[in-house]
Design a protein around this ligand. Structure first.
Ligand SMILES: Cc1cc2nc3c(=O)[nH]c(=O)nc-3n(C[C@H](O)[C@H](O)[C@H](O)COP(=O)(O)OP(=O)(O)OC[C@H]3O[C@@H](n4cnc5c(N)ncnc54)[C@H](O)[C@@H]3O)c2cc1C
Length: 320
């Protein structure tokens, strides 16, 4: 660790490095060990040299947004953890076909970002106001609200490649799909995003926000440490349509519904339990560990597989 400290202090003296920093307090789940080296970066121009340096020197580099969709290992995270804090949000030109470009930094928090677009009379992002965390995390996972995917509103993403080059990647190349984007495989750092938004009706936008806020409050255990949905929804099949006729017309069967049907609500490992309000969510009673989460995930997966022959997949990402 001392070698890493010496290297970073020498190579990037403009950054305020901290070492052995507990990550649990940053995370929504309130679990996880320390980052070997930790830094908050708000200047996007640093990321190219940082990414290149880490790549050349084989130093693991992890980007943290709002830490609302991660399970941090109890042992902590090796190498560098960078908290993305580049959070500019600005309205740019309106194109001839009436689409207004909004540019936002990856460190922008979703709620104020969406609120700004609505205050500018633009529509499209309302349902994402209640997604915790940052824009970078939302793009990485192509955040969704019911059928709406954030990637559908993106024009291009500005990202840094592992060798330190930056480029604007058009949405068509971002490989957006349910719970997916190219960034989960590419090791690129998301710096900023251009959205294309249409002129809207502020009252209708407000109604959408209110509707989504009420829906969340009624269906999700908000206010308890969690990472939101631990599991993805499951693409429908002919067999699943027969097993879960309530969702026969839907593209997906909700992971939470399947887990509930398997009788797993309230199942507990250590300080982590399957929520009684939304079965795809795990709640931390304040004593839970990353190991508890992993064991409960294993238990839920094996029970669902045994009962329904369904392979559940995690929506959360593991950091270690
Ligand atoms: C109460 C609650 C409600 C939620 N509701 C929803 C919901 O409605 N819809 C939904 O889709 N999700 C939801 N989530 C999950 C989560 O909030 C979203 O996935 C969110 O977009 C994650 O953003 P983040 O900044 O917290 O990402 P983090 O948890 O910090 O990171 C997630 C992953 O993205 C990577 N990453 C983050 N930023 C960058 C970057 N700039 N460049 C490259 N990689 C990056 C990280 O390395 C990590 O692998 C919810 C979670 C909670 C706790």
């Amino acid at each position: 660790m001392n070698t890493l400290r010496a290297k970073l202090d020498a190579e990037f003296p403009m950054l305020t490095w901290q070492y052995n920093v507990p990550l649990a307090p940053f995370t929504y789940m309130k679990i996880g060990g320390p980052a070997e080296a930790f830094v908050t970066v708000s200047d996007p121009s640093i990321f190219g040299s940082l990414q290149k340096y880490c790549n050349q020197n084989e130093i693991p580099l992890t980007i943290l947004g709002g830490a609302s969709n991660v399970i941090v290992s109890d042992k902590g995270v090796a190498g560098i953890v960078v908290r993305m804090a580049f959070d500019v949000v600005e309205k740019k030109e309106t194109t001839k076909n009436g689409v207004t470009v909004v540019r936002a930094g990856a460190g922008a928090k979703m709620a104020p970002l969406v609120a700004k677009t609505v205050s500018w009379g633009l529509t499209g992002l309302e349902y994402f106001l209640g997604v915790p965390g940052t824009l970078g995390g939302a793009i990485y996972n192509n955040a969704h609200y019911l059928q709406d995917l954030i990637g559908e509103h993106v024009l291009a993403v500005h990202a840094v490649s592992p060798n330190g080059d930056t480029r604007w990647i058009p949405a068509e190349e971002c490989e957006f799909a349910y719970e997916q984007s190219r960034f989960q495989k590419s090791n690129e750092i998301i710096l900023e995003v251009n959205f294309g938004l249409k002129a809207g009706n502020p009252q209708e936008s407000q109604e959408k926000i209110t509707h989504a806020t009420e829906y969340r409050a009624n269906t999700q255990p908000l206010g308890i440490p969690s990472s939101g949905c631990i599991f993805q929804n499951v693409p429908n099949t002919e067999a699943l349509r027969k097993t879960f006729p309530d969702f026969a017309q839907k593209e997906f069967v909700p992971g939470g519904y399947i887990i509930d049907q398997a009788g797993l609500k309230n199942t507990r490992v250590g300080g982590i339990r399957v929520s009684s309000k939304h079965a795809a969510w795990f709640e931390n009673d304040g004593t839970g560990t990353s190991q508890d989460v992993k064991e409960l995930i294993k238990l839920v997966k094996s029970t669902v597989k045994e009962k329904y022959k369904i392979e559940l997949h995690e929506e959360v990402f593991y950091l270690e």
